[in-house]
Structure formats: structure tokens, C-alpha cells
Design a protein around this ligand. Structure first.
Ligand SMILES: [Zn+2]
Length: 96
């Protein structure tokens, strides 16, 4: 069942949309919303995305791993693009 998941505290199966475990009172956070935020941040502010990703990963959310990986890729792109354009510039000047 895709729309069911287990309480991380007591293992009771929830229906999606429940906000609290009926057995132990564990509050279910809206991890899907946090995951969406994580994906958005991974594009805009990858460093924030990494933190959100680790947070989700710590909560056993599989999206956490993807958010971390995506954030790292975006961070690499942000760091490498100016570096790569510098090389092109040096290449250009060395021939002119
Ligand atoms: Zn529970």
C-alpha cells in the first residue's frame, strides 16, 4: 500500500493524511512538504538544501538522499561554472 506508512516510534500503520499516531501520539510531520522545499532550496540555495536533505535522511525519508545529491550537484555546478569560464577566458586571451 503506497499511501500507508509506519509510525517510527511504535510501528503502527498510518493512513496518509493522519497527523498523529493513534497508538503512541507521535506527531507526523508533513515530510512531503519539507521534501518539496528541499528540492526547491537545492536549486536556489544548495547549502540549505543539503541541511534539509540530511534532516529528511535522519527521519528515514528516502527523499533526503535525493535532496542531498541534487544539492551537491547544484553546488558543484555553481562552483565549477565560474572556474570553467575563467579557463575559457584565459584560453581566449592567450591567443589574442
Ligand atoms: Zn506510534
Amino acid at each position: 500500500m503506497e499511501n500507508q506508512f509506519e509510525c517510527p516510534e511504535c510501528g503502527t500503520v498510518f493512513e496518509e493524511g493522519q497527523t498523529e499516531c493513534l497508538e503512541c501520539g507521535y506527531k507526523i510531520r508533513n515530510y512531503k512538504l519539507i521534501a518539496v522545499l528541499g528540492y526547491i532550496f537545492s536549486f536556489l540555495f544548495p547549502i540549505v538544501g543539503i541541511f534539509i536533505g540530511f534532516y529528511l535522511h535522519g527521519k528515514q525519508q528516502k527523499n533526503g538522499k535525493y535532496v542531498v545529491v541534487l544539492s551537491l550537484v547544484m553546488l558543484l555546478i555553481i562552483l565549477l561554472v565560474p572556474w570553467a569560464s575563467d579557463i575559457n577566458l584565459n584560453y581566449y586571451y592567450s591567443y589574442n
